[in-house]
Design a protein around this ligand. Structure first.
Ligand SMILES: Cc1ncc(C[n+]2csc(CCOP(=O)(O)OP(=O)(O)O)c2C)c(N)n1
Ligand SMILES: [Mg+2]
Length: 706
């Protein structure tokens, strides 16, 4: 264990003068920084304020046992004192307050108190309460994985004794992800400290209305491998000792720890709240008597480490540093507006570039299916890149590898991941709990550490528990941190219907929920070769990718291909003309590519008209040049997709065609999509719902005749 991070041997009660004065300084300056920010908000110099007042004690204790740049941190908005203790400067804090471009936490993109520091391993905090928990578990897992494979991952770093700290309020422990994270951390013995800063309220809702029995401590008793301790969060010595024990437990890899610290909230929830509306005066006054800064000051005087005069003079000096930093920060400008697009995607790796355009090098005698070529790509890439970890529900061959002596192995409900565990090891392909947010949240924590999680959500229909993580975390990480952090995970998802019996919960599409989310790439292949090449690009790119695999296309014969070889990539944003024509363009993707081909053949037979079919292959980005060229050639266009018609992918493309290609059109721009309903189980219902070759042919006929 390095001396820099060794848990301090002294107990909280016997701390020396210097340590106590340093603790008081940090607590005092954190409080005064909040006060200054409140003043600046009133002066309209900052635009949001939420304070950490009353929460300082456990945070400073944590900062004294952990080390920025060595351990990892997932703070929440009240953790100003923690961040100050770890080394974020007052100037940096006020740069965030004024929304300055130089703000190292977010480049002026996030509200103040959304902490982040690349140098200190403080991972960019977001606003949703509770999303930090699963990410912190993934981060801790990544640390261990990097340790285990350090020789093969020389570009990544972790520490043998590192600990991940994740912080939360009491109310936020009501989020399901808290329990998911605690469950997984205990199960994996992950070195994560959960600090619950219990101020008794979540905005206006008291803790007894949130938590059974009114205390999180009562609920975490008896969890396997969990060290937990309840502590007076206004007593510095008690907090110091609690962290000493928790950190030691985690550094020794005995499991996670939970510290439940009772703190106070002397100010209202935020400057948009007035606690007197729901907290009686007597309650607020009683709380004020527990102020941790007053208590630590009194202790220093009592121990005769400081006189009243010395304390007064130190406070004046500490206050001056706060004032100076705030005044200096005011001179920093807000971000240049031209930079708003920066860091939506990787500025370094461009998956649309020619670098990702390679020739196929066909392997093997026979063409094979889409699911096989997805599996081959995963095998190839795992062999080439140790950063890749594949996990999800049922994706492993067998959780207990020894059963594979007798059993064939599962390898995913569609067998897309079959054999990955056996070939590459149980720490590279493994089963997650049955919890979708768990999969994506942990993937984000791992990706932040430089790993490349390639995870599977078993069915698109069940992606919704993970949507919060996907939309608010995965997609935003790079942008919201001004490029300081990124989460380039690949999320593979079987999607779509045509199963004859899939019903409403095994047939869903819904790709637009993701194309409508900046920061993620969305890919939707229609055939085996494209799936292989696009998945390789997804893995080698540096952006989060939603890789949508139509499960009805997994084992068709019409879309088989030879294995295109282990270096085959297809750039994103490049459509493929799968049928040339001069009379009408169909823009489509996924399962409608084949159906459109069938319809086009029918139309040719009937009237000789030539329909051009464009397979978009990737939906975000999409190939506007190819669309534009084809529409200029044919002057008639249909956008066809399997998903429900209204508010769908077609609406966007049609709108842009109407806007930019109006002069070239010889007819209305049409759409074909599913009925605005769910997909029924009875095959007759499914047929009536989803678009098919007949419906496509009818739309083609009608538009050709316009
Ligand atoms: C997912 C989500 N729901 C609601 C909110 C709005 N919100 C912000 S803070 C908060 C209360 C949090 O209470 P607690 O966890 O006790 O933390 P405290 O603010 O008391 O420290 C709420 C409801 C949010 N940011 N995110
Ligand atoms: Mg609270």
């Amino acid at each position: 264990m390095s001396s820099a991070t060794a848990t301090k041997s002294k107990s909280g009660k016997n701390l020396d003068k210097e340590t106590l004065i340093q603790a008081l300084k940090l607590m005092y300056q954190a409080r005064k920084a909040d006060d200054r920010e409140i003043m600046m908000k009133r002066q309209n110099k900052v635009f949001f304020q939420i304070s950490g007042a009353g929460h300082e004690c456990p945070q400073i204790a944590a900062s004294m046992h952990l080390k920025g740049g060595h351990d990892w941190f997932f703070p929440y908005y009240r953790d100003r004192a923690l961040c100050l203790g770890l080394g974020v400067t007052l100037l940096e804090m006020f740069q965030a307050s004024v929304g300055a471009e130089v703000d190292p936490a977010s480049a002026g993109r996030q509200m103040p108190s959304h902490w982040g520091s690349q140098a200190l391993n403080i991972v960019s905090a977001s606003s949703p309460t509770g999303t930090q928990f699963l990410q912190s578990v993934g981060c801790a897992e990544a640390g261990s994985y990097i340790q285990d494979h350090q020789d093969e991952l020389p570009e990544l770093s972790s520490q043998p004794d590192e600990v991940t700290l994740v912080c939360t309020g009491d109310g936020t422990t009501s989020q399901g992800e808290f329990w998911e994270a605690l469950n997984t951390a205990c199960n994996l013995k992950a070195p994560v400290i959960f600090l619950v800063e219990d101020n008794g309220y979540a905005i206006s809702v008291p803790v007894d209305a949130q938590t059974a029995g009114g205390s999180i401590s009562g609920l975490v008793d008896g969890w396997p491998n969990l060290h937990h301790q309840e502590v007076d969060g206004c007593d510095f010595a008690a907090c110091y000792d609690a962290f000493a024990d928790a950190v030691a437990h985690c550094r020794k890899r005995k499991g996670p720890a939970l510290i439940h610290a009772h703190v106070i909230r002397p100010y209202s929830h935020s400057m948009s709240d007035d606690a007197s509306n729901y907290r009686p005066a007597a309650e607020r006054e009683a709380e004020a008597g527990k102020d941790p800064i007053d208590r630590l000051s009194a202790r220093l005087i009592e121990k005769k480490y400081l006189t009243q005069e010395e304390l007064k003079s130190l406070c004046k000096q500490w206050q001056q540093e706060v004032t100076d930093a705030a005044e200096e920060a005011e001179s920093y400008p807000q971000p240049d507006v031209s930079k708003v697009y920066e860091n939506v995607y990787s500025p370094e790796v461009d998956p649309t570039s020619d670098e990702f355009s390679t020739e196929a090098d066909p392997q093997g005698e026979k063409p094979t299916t889409m699911v096989d070529l997805i599996n081959r790509c995963l095998h190839d890439e795992m062999g080439r890149d140790m950063r890749i970890r594949v996990f999800g529900e049922d994706v492993a061959d067998a959780t207990h590898a020894e059963v594979l002596e007798e059993c064939k192995g599962k390898g995913g409900v569609f067998k897309a991941t079959l054999g990955l565990q056996s070939a590459h090891g149980s720490d590279r392909c493994f089963n997650s709990p049955l919890a979708e947010a768990n999969i994506v949240g942990r993937a984000i924590g791992m990706a932040v550490r430089g790993l490349k999680p390639v995870v599977e959500i078993q069915f698109f229909d069940y992606i919704w528990p993970a949507f919060h993580q996907l939309r608010n975390e995965l997609a935003t990480m790079r942008w919201r941190s001004g490029g300081a952090f990124k989460a380039p995970a690949v999320v593979r998802v079987p999607i779509g219907g045509y199963l004859r019996g899939g019903g409403p919960y095994h047939s869903q599409s819904g790709e637009v929920l993701f194309t409508h989310t900046p920061g993620v790439r969305v890919v939707f292949p229609s055939n085996a070769e494209d799936a292989n090449g696009l998945l390789r690009t997804a893995i080698r790119s540096d952006d989060p990718v939603m890789f949508l695999e139509h499960k009805h296309l997994y084992r068709q014969t019409h879309n088989k291909s030879h294995d295109p070889g282990s270096e085959f990539c297809i750039p994103f944003g490049k459509a493929k003309i799968v049928r040339e024509g001069s009379d009408l363009t169909v823009i489509t993707y996924g399962a409608l590519v084949h159906r459109s081909m069938q319809a086009a053949k029918e139309i040719e037979k009937e009237s000789g008209a030539q329909v051009e079919i464009l397979d978009l292959r990737s939906l975000s980005p999409y190939d506007w040049d190819a669309i534009s060229e084809s529409v200029k050639k044919t002057s008639k266009v249909i956008v066809a997709h399997e998903d429900t018609l209204s508010w769908g992918y077609g609406a966007e493309i049609v709108s842009r065609i109407s806007d930019e290609l109006f002069e070239w059109l010889d007819g209305p721009v049409r759409r074909v999509g599913a009925t605005d309903t769910f997909v029924g189980y009875a095959p007759q219902l499914e047929e009536a719902t989803l678009p098919n070759a007949e419906k496509l042919a009818e739309a083609m006929r009608s538009l050709l005749g316009y």
